[in-house]
Design a protein around this ligand. Structure first.
Ligand SMILES: Cc1cc2nc3c(=O)[nH]c(=O)nc-3n(C[C@H](O)[C@H](O)[C@H](O)COP(=O)(O)OP(=O)(O)OC[C@H]3O[C@@H](n4cnc5c(N)ncnc54)[C@H](O)[C@@H]3O)c2cc1C
Length: 415
């Protein structure tokens, strides 16, 4: 045992989703022993099925994934560059551009040749995270292990599993999804924003090349995002009032493709279905605190974003980087890794990074999904002013691109 014989690990992590696994890998690289507790069986983690999520990754997320050995474990044929994003509202001819097609100045801002980001299927990220974490001797994953209770004393955190086993460490980290039961067991509340909407997502093939362009089409009735994948395929993400999701799920493949083709307004040419449809209710979550006594939250358990600004996993990776860095610093100076110093530093930095985007995302979603006349006029004005007023346009785009490259706080991204 690393700290004391009475501990089962340096850090107990609840949840072996991508955030928990990436944290395990980062802690192992810092010389810490991480024990991950996951309720699902091993087979669901090592070979997860396609789940319809295409994750837009920022430059910073890629850098961290590279350092942890996740990036090199993803087949390059599954990584699609995101060259440009375009936003359109209803039938308006106004298009807001981000990235390569948005003018020389923006290209110069990003050094010209770099894509805005990359799109990678979520199940490939999960698979890579599993392989990277379990390749490290410092990471142990206990599957079929559901955490049912949490106790914290002065020097330790202890969990009780559904089968009665008890495990202890100086620090407990919850990475058990946006509806984290462990967060609640630790007495931390969360702001929850139920958008009353769902996404229905499915891959489609199409006749015309997409050129690495993502489209966000804010229509009236539903929103359609078209996310470029490698080859002549996009992920079609339909955001709609939750009560209409069953109807979209019940469509035949041909009916679904016809609707996407019509709403894409000729941008992709003829469309056909190229995979199953999946469905996610949209609930955003922001924890009131990210840390408490011998306890920290990471991944969606800390910040569960609406996918429109494509930040959920990106924030998960940023959090992993910061928490692991602070714990490693404590370990190097012989400090208590479960003590308040490292945890508070993580809390400060992660909140500073995520809170403005959380608030901004919710405001964008509210504005762009409100079907009343005034909000419709307001969003048309936002797009027009953003595209035509050079100063504002530059500021807005620079902020958004900074977000995509992982360099700061601000606005929206595609999805
Ligand atoms: C449609 C959609 C599109 C998205 N697009 C993007 C995007 O473009 N960019 C982006 O950055 N993000 C995106 N996201 C968000 C991203 O998918 C999530 O942020 C990420 O998957 C969360 O990972 P996680 O490890 O925090 O949580 P999860 O993947 O939810 O993992 C939690 C794990 O904890 C386990 N668990 C739960 N409770 C317990 C317990 N009591 N005991 C033991 N184990 C437990 C679960 O079994 C699970 O394995 C999108 C999400 C959706 C729904």
């Amino acid at each position: 045992m690393s700290q004391s014989d009475s501990f089962d690990a340096d850090v107990l992590v609840v949840g072996a989703g991508p955030a928990g696994l990436a944290l395990g890998a980062a802690l192992a690289d810092a010389g810490l022993h991480a024990l991950l507790l996951e309720q699902q069986p091993q087979v669901a983690l090592e070979d997860p099925p396609e789940d319809g999520r295409e994750i837009a990754l920022t430059h910073r997320a890629r850098r961290v994934m590279d350092a942890l050995g996740l990036w090199s474990r993803i087949d390059p044929s599954e990584i699609a560059p995101l060259n440009e994003a375009r936003v359109v509202d209803g039938g308006s001819p106004q298009v807001l551009h981000f990235g390569r097609g948005s003018g020389e100045r923006d290209g110069a801002h990003r050094g010209g040749a770099q894509p805005l980001g990359w799109l990678v299927p979520n199940h490939r990220i999960r698979q890579a995270a599993w392989a990277a974490a379990t390749a490290r001797p410092g990471v142990q994953v206990l599957c079929d292990a559901r955490v049912d209770a949490v106790e914290r004393e002065a020097q330790r955190a202890t969990v009780t599993l559904a089968d009665g086993r008890r495990l202890a460490a100086p620090l407990l980290v919850a990475a058990d999804s946006r509806f984290s039961a462990t967060r609640r067991l630790a007495g931390i509340g969360a702001a929850m924003h139920d958008f009353g909407r769902s996404v229905v997502v499915g891959r489609v093939g199409h006749a015309q090349p997409h050129a690495g362009v993502a489209w966000e089409c804010f229509g009236y009735g539903n929103t359609l995002a078209l996310l470029p994948m490698n080859g002549q395929r996009v992920s079609a993400v339909v955001t709609l009032p939750a009560d209409r999701a069953p109807q979209w799920l019940a469509l035949s493949d041909a009916e679904f493709a016809a609707r996407i083709e019509a709403q894409a307004e000729g941008r992709l040419g003829a469309v056909h279905a190229a995979g199953p449809r999946h469905h996610y209710p949209l609930v955003g979550v922001y924890a009131q605190r990210f840390v408490s006594h011998r306890f920290a939250l990471i991944g969606d358990a800390a910040v569960g974003m609406h996918p429109v600004t494509a930040h959920g996993w990106n924030f998960g990776v940023y959090g992993v980087e910061v928490l692991a860095r602070e714990l490693a610093a404590q370990r190097r100076c012989g400090g208590d890794i479960g003590g308040p110093r490292a945890l508070q530093a993580y809390e400060r930095e992660h909140r500073h990074t995520t809170l403005p985007v959380w608030l901004g995302t919710n405001a964008i979603v509210t504005l762009f999904t409100d079907e009343r006349r005034m909000p419709k006029l307001a969003r048309r004005a936002v797009l027009t002013v953003a595209e035509r007023a050079p100063g504002l346009s530059r500021l807005l785009k620079a902020g958004i691109e900074r977000q995509l490259t992982g360099g700061g706080v601000a606005g929206a991204a595609p999805h």
